[in-house]
Write a new protein. Sequence first.
Length: 321
Amino acid sequence: MYAIAVAFVCIVGGVYSLFMLRDSYKYWTEHRGGGKRVAPTHRPRRAGQTSSYDWWCQAIVGVLFLAVAARMLATSWQDLRQFADNLGPPEAFSRAVEVPGMLPVPRFSVLRDINRPGRPIWCVNLSNLPATDSDVRALTNEGTEIEALILNRTDVTDESLTQIRPLTRLNSLSLATTLITDSGCKAIAQIASLNELDISDTAVTDEGLACLPQLPHLTHLNLDATRITDAGCKHLAQIATLERLSLGNTEISDAGIKYLSGLPNLRQLKLTGTRITDSSAKLLQKLCRLEHLSISGSNLTRQGLQHLENALPNLHFLRTD
């Protein structure tokens, strides 16, 4: 899109330059000997002083504009061709993979990553569907290439999590508003490839968090509306790879922030609806890489917020309402 926009601007500039070139050349050829100055319909930049030098300058500018436009259009066309080739045939988008015993709805589409031509990516989204453990079992038996699995607001339980262990390429798992418990977290901890995990609005407690430090590549973790307390933050502090952590609407207080302040790579932190106070503001200052902080609905005062803004040089988003 950027290349096309640049090409459009260059085409307009090139056409205008060539139009002015024609006008300037006509003016120059008609009046170069007689000294008579008659203004053209579109007067050149320096009226009455047009010379062969001005003619050649405008010619060069016009040609350069059109050359850049042609280059941008060629680049855009090549990118579109490559993107289309990597996506594969059109039927790949509309085809539903039939899995025996599974819900009679489209399951997943085969897509190809533009950065990894030839290798399929499987993304499965069953959110808001009456999916159960048997559906997940049938799914995992057929799709070992799955990298993203979204089961938000379904009827899956801890049993289904034991079925997804064969998904060795799974890096994103979303289980928001499901029936999983601490037992399910033990199964999740066995998925070593996991990068992103969403278990918000579930019955997970501090006991379930004790298993999560076993995930060596976990960077995104959503624990909103769970039953965790300050004790659970002690387990979270052991996940040094965390970059995004969401603890909204939990029982976290200043005591829990004391543990979280040691996370070296944390960039985004959500603490909306928690019980933190200005004491946490002093602890959060240790998160020097923090860029995004949401603390609406907490007990921080204006003074505490001011300390945070002054102490965190990389903070560019602070939500307080």
